[in-house]
Design a protein around this ligand. Structure first.
Ligand code: NAD
Ligand code: GLY
Length: 369
């Protein structure tokens, strides 16, 4: 069992990461949260279909369980869904000492988190992530949000959970495209913070290198949870230093500035977060090469890694100018000055501002087909 204590301004909470921890969910809830009244499970239709009965049985054996089931998909990460949650919370007569148990990927986590942060000015919140992205990134650090007017995460707030329960064994039901989605975030941690994470990942994937379903087998491998742990440990340390994303936390956005623009222009239904970030990482590496920080061999090594992990290397269906204009809407752009995370070297991120427009556009062009 691996646990991490996270110290934030208003809360100190634990993250537990363990294969099959789901079976001990009740113990962890009881040990970490005082006097729980109701547990309000917020999940989506797809996840609830797979795991609903099991979770219901585990929780209702000890707690009064209510549930709010959302529609599945990024397009439902919006104000209508938030309103639906508020309406259901009113029907349930939810109180501040009730706990929202957010059971799902980043979409459920961000939306349920925002509901927990705002309903009654704040309720209990447990993040119980079920995708790789949610386990290594979105459940940790208290960013909650919904999209609005096609702008990602534009309405939200920081609200730390009271507890995070991470069971890597829940990942074995993910579709391959969702595994790929999550692997791009793991690659991000490897490139920005600790290349050993990529080596660890390759060690597992290469056991199944001739197999078409090598990614699913990788996720099913008992060791995969250790990779999740390493990423979460890195993220939690950053959160402790920069909870409100005013400086050091920006480095977590490596590959995201252009990635968010891809998501905006291509549409949330047509590209998922991880695909967009995967190609955004390639653009950021290319820009790092243009500034003389990385050498071209590194890019070739990265392409080979992408091939093994089945990560996308191109996006299509728009003009570079459209992406550049979309980048200007990124929250990290302050007073029209662009801000990118580049790599001075492997595991040496650097926050760069006011980069040359031509260099940005020429990197984007290379990854459009
Ligand atoms: P998602 O929540 O849409 O989940 C992807 C798909 O996998 C969905 O269809 C979902 O129903 C399904 N799914 C989830 N768990 C499953 C399981 N165990 N088995 C089978 N299917 C399962 O997408 P995501 O990639 O988890 O999250 C992306 C979202 O997270 C984006 O909205 C992004 O903005 C947000 N995000 C937030 C942060 C943050 O710090 N708050 C960080 C990164 C990403
Ligand atoms: N996912 C980026 C962050 O939490 O800051």
């Amino acid at each position: 069992m691996k646990s991490i204590e996270v110290k934030t301004l208003n809360k100190i909470y634990n993250i537990y990461i363990e294969n099959h921890i789901t079976d001990q969910l009740v113990t962890y809830l009881k040990d970490n949260i005082k006097s729980i009244n109701n547990i309000i499970l917020v999940s989506n239709e797809k996840i609830y279909t797979i795991y609903g009965e099991r979770i219901k049985k585990i929780i209702s054996s000890n707690f009064n369980l209510k549930k709010i089931i959302l529609k599945d998909g990024e397009k439902y990460k919006n104000l209508d869904t938030l309103k639906y949650i508020y309406t259901e919370l009113l029907k349930i007569n939810a109180r501040r000492n009730d706990v929202i148990l957010s059971f799902g990927g980043g979409v459920v986590g961000d939306t349920a988190g925002l509901a927990a942060a705002t309903f009654n000015r704040g309720m209990g919140l447990v993040q119980y992530p079920t995708t790789i992205i949610a386990q290594v990134d979105s459940s940790v650090g208290g960013k909650t949000a919904v999209n609005f007017e096609n702008i990602k995460n534009v309405i939200g707030c920081f609200y730390q959970p009271d507890l995070i329960i991470t069971d890597p064994k829940l990942l074995i039901t993910l579709e391959e495209k969702e595994i790929i989605n999550g692997l791009s975030e793991i690659v991000k941690y490897g490139l920005v913070f600790d290349y050993q994470i990529i080596n660890d990942l390759l060690k597992i994937v290469n056991k199944y290198k001739n197999s078409d379903d090598r990614l699913l087998k990788t996720v099913k491998n008992e060791e995969f949870g250790n990779i999740i742990y390493k990423c979460v440990k890195i993220k939690s340390e950053i959160i402790e230093k920069d909870e409100f994303d005013t400086g050091e936390r920006h480095v977590l956005n490596f590959g995201h500035t252009i990635g968010h623009a891809f998501e905006k222009i291509i549409g949330f239904d047509n590209i998922n977060h991880g695909q967009a970030v995967a190609v955004g990482i390639l653009c950021a590496v290319d820009m790092s090469i243009s500034y003389g920080y990385l050498d071209i061999d590194f890019k070739n090594k990265l392409h080979s890694l992408y091939n093994t992990l089945k990560l996308p290397e191109f996006v299509s269906g728009f003009k570079p100018d459209e992406i550049y204009n979309a980048i200007k809407f990124d929250k990290k752009f302050v007073s029209g000055i662009n801000k990118f995370i580049l790599l001075k070297d492997v595991n040496k991120p650097i926050i760069c501002t006011d980069l040359n427009e031509k260099i940005i556009k020429s990197s984007i062009i290379k990854y459009i087909r």
